[in-house]
Ligand binder design. Structure first.
Ligand code: CP3
Length: 345
C-alpha cells in the first residue's frame, strides 16, 4: 500500500493543500545539540558509524522544526571508505583521502568488506524506521558516482574538480572502471537502505556543474540511469530524487533520461524557469539560498514566499538549494518551518 505521508504523496505527483518541506544538512553544526553529541562521539566519522548516535542526530532537527522528512545521518564518503580507501575529516579542512588516481590504486580497492563496513548505517536506517513520528518520511541517500569520484581521485574537495576531469579526459578507461564500480556498489548500498526501511532515496551529484554537456551525459546521466534501473528492479515503487547541482538547463534531459521522480533545484536556478520548464516533467524540490537562511528577518520571509508563489501550482517540496551552513541561527530555520507548516496553497 502506498504511504499516505504528505512527502511521499507529493513525490508521487499527488498535491495536497500544504507544501511538504525538509532542509539539506538539517542535522549539523548549526545545532548545539549536534555539537554536543559529536564531541561525545569523538569525531564526525565516529558519529556516522555509531547507530545510536546517528539515529539521535537524525531526529534532532525533526523535534525542533517538525519537518515532513528526516534524512539518514551519514556521509557520501562512507562508500570509498567501505571500499578500503583511507578517509579522515580534518577540522577546517573537510574530507581528506589518499587519492585513487591510477589503475593500481583502483585495483587495490575491494568490495569484500563493503556491506560489513556499512552495517552500522543499515542499523541506523532500521532504528529510524521504528522511531520516527508517523507522518515523517525517511530519506536514504548516497553520492552520485561522479561526485564521489571527485573526492576519491582528488583526495579532497576542490573548486573545479580539475584532477578528476584530467583523469576522465586522459585515462578514460580507468576512470570508466572507477565509475562502473561506483554504479554497482552505490546501487547495492541504496537497495539495502530500502530493505532496512528507507522510504525515499536522494542521490547527490554536487559537482555535476563542472562538466561540459557531453561529459555530463557520460559521467552523470548514464551512471544515474543505471542506478535508477538497478534500484527499481528490486524496489519498483521507491521514489528517487536526483540532485544534479549546477546542471542548469541540462536538468531537463537528466530527468527524461534517468526517469527520477523528482529533482532538487540549486539556488542559482530561476524559479519561474523551474515552474515553466521543469515542474511539468516531475516534482521539484528547492531552492532557497542557504545564505538567506543566515540573513533571516523580512528578506528571508520574502524569499520563502517568492518560491512558494512561483511553485505552488505544481508538484513542489520546499527545501534549500544546498545544505544549511554552520553559521545559520536555528531560530531562522524555525521561522521558515513555521511559515511552511501554516501555509496553504
Ligand atoms: O543532510 C543531512 O542532514 C544528512 C547528512 C549529510 C551529511 N553530508 C552530513 C555531514 C549528507 C546528506 C551529506 C552529503 C554530502 N557529503 C555531500 C553532498 C551534498 C553537498 O553538501 O554537496 C558531500 C559533497 C559530502 C562530503 C562532505 N562531507 C564534505 C565536503 C564535508 C566537509 C564540509 C563541511 O560542511 O564540513 C562533509 C562533512 C559533513 N557531512 C558534515 C556533516 C554534518 C560536517 C561534519 C562535522 O560535524 O564537522
Amino acid at each position: 500500500m502506498a504511504s499516505d505521508k504528505l512527502f511521499i504523496q507529493t513525490l508521487k505527483g499527488n498535491q495536497k493543500d500544504r507544501v511538504p518541506f525538509w532542509f539539506m544538512r538539517q542535522a549539523g553544526r548549526y545545532l548545539p545539540e549536534y555539537m554536543a553529541l559529536r564531541k561525545e562521539a569523538g569525531s564526525f566519522l565516529d558519529l556516522c558509524y555509531n547507530s545510536d548516535f546517528a539515529t539521535e542526530v537524525t531526529l534532532q532537527p525533526i523535534r525542533r522544526f517538525n519537518m515532513d522528512a528526516a534524512i539518514l545521518f551519514s556521509d557520501i564518503l562512507v562508500i570509498p571508505h567501505a571500499l578500503g580507501q583511507d578517509l579522515a575529516f580534518q577540522v577546517g579542512e573537510g574530507p581528506v583521502l589518499t587519492p585513487v588516481n591510477n589503475i593500481e590504486k583502483l585495483e587495490a580497492l575491494s568490495k569484500d568488506n563493503f556491506h560489513d563496513h556499512l552495517n552500522p548505517v543499515y542499523q541506523t536506517v532500521s532504528n529510524l524506521s521504528k522511531k520516527l513520528p508517523d507522518h515523517v518520511a525517511l530519506i536514504g541517500f548516497a553520492g552520485a558516482p561522479w561526485t564521489v569520484a571527485t573526492y576519491m581521485v582528488g583526495g579532497r574537495g576542490s573548486k573545479d574538480q580539475a584532477e578528476t576531469r584530467i583523469m576522465a579526459y586522459q585515462d578514460r578507461e580507468t576512470f570508466e572502471q572507477l565509475i562502473n564500480l561506483l554504479v554497482d556498489v552505490t546501487s547495492e548500498y541504496l537497495i539495502r537502505q530500502v530493505d532496512h526501511g528507507a522510504e525515499v532515496l536522494q542521490i547527490f551529484d554536487s559537482w555535476s556543474g563542472s562538466l561540459p554537456a557531453d561529459e555530463f551525459i557520460k559521467w552523470c546521466v548514464e551512471p544515474m540511469v543505471k542506478i535508477v534501473q538497478n534500484i527499481r528492479a528490486v524496489h519498483p515503487d521507491v521514489p528517487i530524487i536526483g540532485f544534479p547541482k549546477g546542471a542548469g538547463a541540462k536538468i531537463k534531459n537528466y530527468i527524461k533520461k534517468t526517469r527520477v521522480n523528482a529533482v532538487s533545484i540549486d539556488t542559482s536556478t530561476s524559479t519561474s524557469w523551474v515552474r515553466d520548464a521543469v515542474q511539468p516533467l516531475c516534482t521539484v524540490q528547492g531552492n532557497l539560498d542557504p545564505i538567506m537562511l543566515v540573513r533571516g528577518g523580512a528578506p528571508l520571509e520574502r524569499a520563502v514566499h517568492h518560491i512558494l508563489d512561483h511553485l505552488k501550482d505544481g508538484s513542489h517540496i520546499f527545501n534549500l538549494g544546498h545544505g544549511i551552513i554552520p553559521q545559520t541561527p536555528p531560530e531562522n530555520v524555525k521561522m521558515v518551518s513555521d511559515i511552511l507548516l501554516s501555509y496553504r496553497r
